[in-house]
Design a protein around this ligand. Structure first.
Ligand code: NAD
Length: 364
């Protein structure tokens, strides 16, 4: 059954993917969109500046572990759907500070589920029937694949998370399924591969390497850069999420990916070449010469690869952007938005990002 919620609550809507989702919803649907976000260091309020006075857009600054704030948002806006993206998301930070990940990703999700359960228990049968709770998750819950095998993650792959980030997201997925089985909550889930595109916080691989390449700084790559990631443009993910929210089967999960596996080293080399084309170095050298290999991250997963045939065949979604054109557009975007990423990295502390000279790196 297809639903078209009139009001959608997006958690984490000021983040990289959340802001792309809100842009998609405001541009492609008639829904009122409530963005509930704590505005952590990873938030990009600038990404939604164009909608600040949009008649169908509201922003609420709140933490998903704050029961009273959640209750009040549901009571005043009566959403017909939740798209739950709020999370701590950076693997390296999860190794340094795992408890923040447990708090937001596990406990925050449980509190949100309980809030939805209480809200639905006092709402009309009609509203309850059409309501959707869409939990947005990652392929990292499935662990790591062999390098050479053709195996890919499907919806039935067993969970085997290996970092505190992946384990906290796996925990949240299990909670969502349990609330479906135990309380009948109307949920759908999705697990997506690595996203790239505009407005991604400059601690993640593609923006970090683009910015360092632009500055002519060394490009530190974990290990020998042999890890394989599967990439999707964030706007393709946003469209997939809307498809799953409105057409997905209750209780089902959908893997989202664009059949685009690349080694980290290949990605960094492509970024070097794109930046060289747009802004050649004065001494005529190539930016590939800036690549240096640094000690690998503990428990670094070797390969992720998504089998997205279920969403393609059952829901008719497919990605539009190829990696070559998407990466070229993204690199160009970072070149044209230096003021934004400079402010974002300054507010976080440029040194922490390696943008002030320190070498710390490459995440999913
Ligand atoms: P992000 O780090 O860019 O943004 C996360 C947002 O959540 C930020 O705006 C932050 O302020 C907000 N937030 C964090 N803790 C919060 C809290 N306690 N209460 C309210 N808001 C809070 O993350 P992203 O890359 O946009 O990822 C969004 C979601 O998609 C996450 O759930 C992530 O696990 C999932 N995902 C990401 C990727 C990827 O490649 N980035 C891939 C698959 C799935």
């Amino acid at each position: 059954m297809e639903v078209q919620p009139e009001c959608i609550l997006v958690t984490g809507g000021a983040g990289f993917i959340g802001s792309a989702v809100i842009r998609y919803l405001l541009n492609n649907t008639g829904a009122v969109v409530i963005n509930l976000d704590k505005l952590t260091y990873a938030a990009n309020p600038a990404a939604l500046q164009e909608f600040a006075s949009h008649l169908r857009y509201r922003f609420v600054r709140a933490c998903i572990t704050d029961r009273e704030a959640l209750r009040s948002v549901f009571a005043s806006h009566c959403p017909g759907a939740v798209m739950h993206l709020a999370a701590e998301t950076h693997v390296d930070r999860s190794i340094d500070e795992p408890m923040n990940f447990v708090s937001t990703n596990v406990i925050g999700t449980a509190i949100l589920l309980e809030t939805v359960r209480a809200y639905l228990s006092s709402t009309s049968r009609r509203k309850k029937q059409d309501f959707r709770f869409h939990h947005i998750s990652t392929d990292e819950v499935f662990g790591s694949l062999d390098e050479g095998g053709g195996e890919r993650f499907s919806e039935t792959t067993s969970y085997a998370p290996r970092s505190p980030y992946a384990a906290s997201k796996a925990g949240s997925d299990h909670l969502v399924r349990a609330w479906r089985e135990t309380y009948g909550l109307p949920v759908v889930l999705s697990n997506c591969c690595n996203n790239y595109g505009p407005w991604q916080f400059p601690e993640k691989l593609i923006p970090l390497m683009t910015i360092k390449a632009l500055k002519g700084e060394t490009l530190p790559v974990y290990g020998r850069g042999g890890q394989i990631r599967d990439w999707i443009h964030v706007d393709d993910h946003a469209a997939a999420l809307h498809t799953i929210l409105t057409r997905g089967e209750l209780g089902e999960s959908y893997n989202v990916g664009a059949d685009c596996e690349r080694r980290n080293l290949e990605v960094v080399q492509s970024i070097c070449d794109l930046v060289d084309d747009e802004a050649p170095l004065e001494d005529g050298s190539c930016r590939r010469e800036l690549i240096t290999f640094v000690a690998d991250r503990p428990g670094h997963d070797l390969r992720y690869a998504i089998d997205a045939s279920k969403i393609r065949t059952q829901l008719g979604w497919q990605p539009r952007e190829s990696f070559a054109s998407g990466l070229a557009k993204t690199v160009k975007w970072y070149m044209e938005h230096a003021d934004w990423w400079q402010r974002a990295s300054d507010s976080y502390g440029g040194d922490r990002l390696g943008l002030g000279g320190l070498t710390e790196v490459v995440a999913s």
